[in-house]
Write a protein that binds this ligand. Structure first.
Ligand code: ADP
Length: 632
């Protein structure tokens, strides 16, 4: 296509050029031809005139004697001498002699007085005419001069030459002119072709480069630039390409930056056009709706995000062009609460799209629920003992105090509830401090056996009362562990308390400890340098850095166990399998929550396994103390 245009432009140029040359050559040729012709005629005329004058000297004396035979002989001789027709005519027009005619013919020729050359010769002294000879029937140039001196015109001498000679010469020069013209045209065509090519080539190159630019390819520049206007145009085009390229690169960079920012945002961001087609969606929004970002752009909103409610909000925003916000439940892939802010995008003619900003408020809402539930739980936990205390105190005040025998058990119950209240408040405070990170652990190398023994000693009387056996199976050679002694004791006391509480008569509660290779255990504040922790490496291969040794502590009972459906929530605050029973046993429902936090503060994880009516095992890991840890 481009070649065609190029060729067309080139053809046009050459065509115009050739037409111009043709016009010039034709005009010049015609001019030259005609002026040459008239010059030749004039020269021939002058030549004939000179001849006539010369002959006049010879003819004039012969005119006196009326010997037509002599005159005729003279005319013939003269005619032969100059190669022209010589006619001698009387002033009245009668032909006296003619070099080309016989005597007979002369007598028969008509009177010549009306011949134009004769009339001009008589009137002006010389006459000429270019005309067809009536006598010979060919085109002739006639020149006539009057003869005779002094006493009027004695005769007229006329010399004539056929112009066919002249025409031949003219035809020759015409041919030369035509050939010359054609050669000039051919030369013009060749030159024109070169010239047109020279002009069109840079234009064609520029067109090609401009086309590439339109397709976004700026790699090709216009080369071989001349200093003329076309060269300047090329330079301007190159400069424009450079500027455009730079500008596009800047834009691309800015776009990439924006996309990176939007993609790294926690909030989901999504933009739609006026027809509710997605024009942008960031990674967070894709995650929220379990949608794929690949190919999402340009597709209708509902095809990518199958949520009719959000679509309606979007539709409203687009129609009204006003900001809107609402909270929605999104069910795939998991149930989430999403707060959606829809902002209309104003184009030149009204709304041209909208932006949705999506906040995942699931955790926020969950925490709000947890908080309200917690307040309700705390109030409830506090009210129960308080109601009892109030009831007993009222009974005592209303006369029960006088009944000494019954007053004491009442006071004992009041005392028990007060203690429970105290425990509850202590546990709450502990838990709150743990959650706020206000508790600092004083980790030391401590003997686990000692701490376990201490905890068991506290519970021995209670276990004996409940006829539950208490055992500690701690290997004698167990290395000291790295832990906060008091907090470790608190963990063990809580677990032993639960074990004994939920184990019926004749059962057993056993505390065991064993060394295990490292796992995902992480000890806050302890650098794993020489013995780096290798997550997931249970059996380190020879040559790999050795992980810190760990001690697994487990408290196992043969009690009532925990139903499997309660297991996942058992460490939540106030969560109990049987609320009434737990309370009856003096439990606050906060024990396991505290234990979980304490274990976590030590960098470990609490694992609870349980089989209903078989027993429960609670396990956690502690690191073995390094050599540099102080021993207590
Ligand atoms: P509580 O003060 O009620 O013991 P915890 O947080 O220590 O509070 O325990 C929460 C609940 O977990 C208990 O009420 C009980 O239902 C269940 N539980 C805890 N330990 C055991 C266990 N060893 N055997 C059976 N159930 C247990």
């Amino acid at each position: 296509m481009m070649r065609f245009f190029e060729a067309r432009f080139q053809r046009k140029l050459i065509g115009t050029y050739l037409l111009l040359v043709l016009a010039i050559v034709s005009v010049a040729g015609l001019y030259v031809f005609f002026s040459l012709e008239s010059v030749s005629v004039e020269r021939l005329k002058a030549h004939l005139q000179a001849q006539a004058r010369l002959m006049g000297n010879e003819v004039e004396p012969a005119l006196g004697a009326p010997d037509s035979g002599r005159l005729q002989a003279l005319a013939r001789r003269l005619g032969q001498q100059v190669g022209a027709r010589v006619t001698i005519i009387r002033p009245d027009g009668r032909v006296l002699a003619d070099s080309e005619l016989t005597f007979d013919q002369i007598t028969r020729t008509d009177n010549h007085s009306n011949r134009p050359e004769l009339r001009t010769a008589i009137a002006q002294g010389v006459g000429s005419a270019l005309r067809r000879s009536d006598t010979l029937g060919v085109e002739m140039l006639y020149v006539a001069i009057p003869l005779g001196r002094g006493e009027g015109i004695a005769g007229i001498l006329r010399i004539a030459m056929p112009v066919s000679d002249l025409s031949r010469a003219m035809a020759f020069s015409r041919r030369t002119l035509v050939i010359g013209g054609l050669m000039a045209l051919a030369a013009a065509a060749v030159l024109g072709w070169f010239f047109a090519r020279k002009v069109t080539r840079p234009i064609a190159e520029m067109t090609a480069v401009a086309r590439r630019m339109a397709d976004g390819d700026f790699s090709r520049k216009i080369s071989a630039l001349s200093s003329d206007e076309i060269g300047q145009l090329g330079r301007a085009l190159n400069l424009m390409a450079q500027r455009l390229e730079d500008r596009l690169a800047e834009l691309e960079e800015a776009r990439a930056k924006e996309a990176a920012i939007l993609d790294s945002m926690v909030e989901g961001v999504l933009a739609v056009d006026g027809e509710c087609r997605i024009s942008f969606i960031n990674a967070s929004a894709c995650r929220l709706f379990n949608a794929s970002s690949v190919g999402a752009e340009g597709r209708p909103f509902l095809e990518v995000i199958r949520n009719k409610e959000i679509f309606e909000l979007l539709d409203r925003t687009l129609r009204k062009g006003a900001f809107a916000a609402q909270e929605f439940q999104v069910y795939a892939p998991v149930q989430r609460t999403v707060q959606v802010h829809a902002v209309p995008l104003k184009g030149r003619e009204g709304a041209s799209g909208a932006i949705l900003v999506l906040h995942d408020v699931t955790e926020l809402r969950r925490l709000e629920t947890v908080r309200t539930e917690f307040v309700a739980n705390v109030s409830h936990e506090l009210r129960t003992p308080l109601t009892s205390i109030k009831g007993y105190l009222e009974t005592l005040l209303e006369g029960g105090l006088e009944d000494r025998e019954h007053a004491r058990p009442f006071l004992e119950v009041i005392h028990k509830h007060t203690e429970r209240l105290g425990r509850l408040l202590d546990d709450l405070l502990d838990l709150s401090n743990l959650e706020l990170g206000k508790i600092t652990l004083h980790r030391r190398a401590i003997s686990l056996a000692e701490v376990v023994e201490g905890a068991i000693a506290i519970y021995r009387p209670q276990a004996a009362r409940q006829e539950v056996e208490l055992h500690a199976l701690i290997p004698a050679d167990l290395s000291p562990v790295l832990a906060d002694r008091d907090r470790l004791a608190q963990i063990l006391i809580n677990l032993l308390d639960n074990g004994i509480k939920f184990t019926p008569k004749g059962g057993q509660v056993t505390v065991t400890a064993r060394r295990v290779p490292s796992s995902k255990f992480q000890v806050p504040g302890v650098e794993a340098t020489t013995e780096a922790a290798q997550p997931g490496t249970r059996n380190p291969e020879p040559g790999t850095p050795k992980s810190p040794e760990l001690v697994e502590i487990s408290v196992k009972d043969t009690g009532i166990g925990i139903p499997s459906q309660d297991l996942p929530r058992i460490t939540e605050r106030f969560y109990r399998v049987e609320k009434a029973r737990s309370r009856e046993m003096g439990g606050t429902g906060l024990g396991l929550a505290i234990v979980k936090h304490l274990v976590k503060a030590h960098g470990g994880e609490l694992i609870i396994e349980s089989q209903l009516n078989q027993g429960t095992t609670v396990r956690f890991l502690l690191p073995v103390a390094g050599h540099h840890e102080p021993y207590r």
